[in-house]
Design a protein around this ligand. Structure first.
Ligand SMILES: [Zn+2]
Length: 402
């Protein structure tokens, strides 16, 4: 076992960590989907820092829109006593700055204020990149029990098609490996995300018959019909899928009417069609198919009642199996947090969707964890250098039998 005190030498890298994080912020890596040229430059910079690695592989995805026509994915590894590997998965791309007026400094010029480094991508996901590199550097000098892998992917913010999805097709990992995605977390590092609700977006078209608003006796108001039907559906869905699971917040499935498309242009026409959407976040004990089937048969019933059509389209459908609380990555992480920080970490589920879902779908138990203030995608995003250092210690410790 690695002695916790030995990890303290990682603290000597504070200045190096600041320098790397600043540089990462200043190499703007926006996906072509967000109007950028991709991650090529950032990947070159990261590669230049990995001279301590025992193995480096590249799994670039072709994307003509990006610089050099590629979306780079880097896999670097430090040998351990055993072939088995702990993989830390970080992403190189960032989201756009958003409204510049809300920033107090240039989002792509790093600004250091005491413990904080400000800039787009500082926390999401620059912090993890630097922590992984510091941990890797330490482990290259203190042979760990299992291998330590650093994965730097593209395209996390815009679907992962050129990133993790491509990597999982090209590279074979072992089911015996451990996976950690440091991409969400809490300020004290006490939350370990192990499950995500299923995401299901439904588009509804509820029909009626359009006509002059003075003659509702001759026409059928799609707007009124939709309001009635969707309110009823809302209630039925909550009743039918009512299970609770305290891992999640809120601890139940949610079904929210969200977007509504514009109908007629003038106030004196009865609308003939109503188009609206539900955002559903379903506990993983249910399948999205069950929800879709339930809505379909409800719509069939409604069509029979008045003869007008109700149609549904599934526009987003994501689900991944949860990682067990008893999985080795979660147990190791809890132990490391107990030893290094004296805290009892708690497994949680979220309603959002992280790139861990791709690993989980591929059959790898994956934990999402890091220590952060939660400034991702916000103006004046920052990361704390102390979190960079302390998370690096945890990453390093996970590569030892503890
Ligand atoms: Zn992220």
């Amino acid at each position: 076992m690695q002695k916790a005190e030995n990890l303290n030498v990682i603290e000597d890298n504070r200045e190096l960590a600041a320098e790397i994080l600043k540089k990462l912020i200043e190499i703007k890596a926006l996906s072509p989907d967000n109007g950028g040229e991709g991650e090529a430059d950032k990947a070159e910079y990261i590669l230049s820092l990995l001279d301590f690695a025992d193995e480096i592989e590249r799994f670039d995805a072709e994307d003509k829109r990006a610089k050099n026509g590629i979306r780079p994915n880097i896999v670097a590894r430090i040998n351990g006593r055993r072939r088995r590997t702990l993989w830390i998965v970080c992403h190189m791309d960032v989201v756009p700055e958003g409204d510049l007026k809300l920033w107090e400094s240039d989002p792509f010029r790093a600004k250091v204020v005491e413990d904080r480094i400000y800039g787009r991508g500082a926390e999401d996901n620059g912090q993890a990149i630097v922590s992984a590199i510091l941990a890797g550097k330490f482990l290259s000098e203190h042979r760990p029990d299992i291998g330590f892998g650093m994965i730097f992917v593209s395209d996390e913010e815009t679907g992962s098609r050129y990133g993790i999805q491509h990597l999982l097709k090209e590279k074979e990992f072992s089911k015996d490996d451990l996976f950690l995605v440091p991409d969400t977390g809490s300020p004290d590092g006490s939350l370990i995300e192990i499950a995500e609700k299923n995401i299901l977006w439904l588009k509804f078209e509820i029909f009626g018959k359009q006509g002059h608003a003075s003659r509702p006796d001759m026409f059928h108001n799609a707007s009124r019909r939709a309001m009635r039907i969707l309110l009823e559906l809302d209630e039925l869905l909550h009743k039918k899928f009512s299970e609770r699971n305290d891992l999640f917040e809120p601890p139940y499935s949610t079904f929210e009417p969200t977007k509504r498309e514009k109908n007629v242009d003038n106030p004196n026409t009865i609308p003939g069609v109503d188009v609206s959407y539900f955002d559903c976040r379903v506990l993983p004990s249910y399948s999205n198919d069950e929800v879709v089937e339930f809505v379909r048969s409800f719509f069939d019933e409604k069509e029979k009642e008045d003869g007008f059509k109700c149609s549904m389209e599934v526009i987003q459908n994501e689900s991944s199996p949860p990682t067990s609380e008893e999985s080795e990555i979660v147990i190791r992480l809890k132990k490391a947090l107990r030893i290094l920080r004296g805290i009892e970490a708690k497994p949680i589920g979220i309603g959002g969707n992280t790139c861990a879902s791709f690993f989980r779908k591929a059959g790898y138990e994956t934990a999402v964890w890091s220590t952060l203030d939660g400034k991702a995608h916000e103006p004046n995003e920052y990361a704390r250098l102390s979190n960079v250092i302390e998370d690096a210690k945890i990453f390093a410790m996970l590569a030892f039998d503890i």
